[in-house]
Design a protein around this ligand. Structure first.
Ligand SMILES: NC(=O)c1ccc[n+]([C@@H]2O[C@H](COP(=O)([O-])OP(=O)(O)OC[C@H]3O[C@@H](n4cnc5c(N)ncnc54)[C@H](OP(=O)(O)O)[C@@H]3O)[C@@H](O)[C@H]2O)c1
Length: 172
């Protein structure tokens, strides 16, 4: 079975996690709060695995990735929603990947996609994609994206596999 890793998957990306499981992945999900995580994993216990780790701790993250790969195999696909206080987390994940993995890196509205990309060392044959979160307009008013809009936008990005996808409208 294909193996996906969703970093920060127990929050707004829960819909993406469930879609990945439905289309045939075993999904390992990184988060810290066990109760929040259980509410998600109990929906498809055979397909979803909790990886309870604080991704700011490189050593713990590395060990958690190693164990996850040992149990479910190399990652075929990674979705990463990582806060800016964990600059080393994505490099740590990238260094654990094998050839051909698709990585979908979520960026906040104010991030500079090319600056982020240039700051990363992406291993040869890892296919790196960015998904930038924008905003929505309802009755002339700007608002943030809902969880469903974000999770659905990430699903579209996974299907389209473009280097950069925007969810909603760009923030200028
Ligand atoms: N442009 C936009 O419209 C936009 C952009 C961003 C966010 N938002 C909105 O803002 C709201 C909040 O967003 P959010 O960033 O809180 O997203 P979230 O996806 O609800 O929560 C963050 C996720 O990352 C995990 N996480 C956070 N820090 C971690 C750490 N150090 N180690 C491991 N896992 C960690 C959390 O799990 P644990 O809590 O268990 O650690 C959770 O799964 C959402 O409702 C979303 O709709 C909108």
């Amino acid at each position: 079975m294909k193996h996906a890793l969703v970093i920060g998957g127990s929050g707004m990306l829960a819909g993406t996690v469930l879609w990945l499981a439905e289309v045939g992945y075993h999904v390992s999900i990184i988060g810290r709060d066990g109760e929040k995580m259980s509410r998600l994993t109990e929906r498809l216990p055979d397909r979803l695995s909790a990886v309870l780790v604080d991704y700011r701790d490189d050593l713990l993250l590395k060990e958690a990735l190693r164990r996850s790969i040992e149990i479910h195999g190399d990652f075929d696909l990674v979705v990463a929603w990582i806060y800016s206080d964990a600059a080393d987390a994505l490099p740590c994940v990238l260094s654990a990947l094998q050839r051909g993995t698709d990585v979908f890196h979520l960026l906040g509205s104010r991030a500079n996609p090319s600056g982020v990309r240039n700051g990363l060392t992406i291993p040869e044959d890892v296919r790196y994609h960015q998904v930038q979160l924008g905003y929505q307009v309802v009755k002339g008013q700007r608002r943030w994206l809902t969880h469903e809009e974000i999770a659905g936008g990430v699903v579209e990005a996974i299907q389209e596999k473009k280097p950069l996808c925007l969810v909603g409208f760009a923030t200028k």
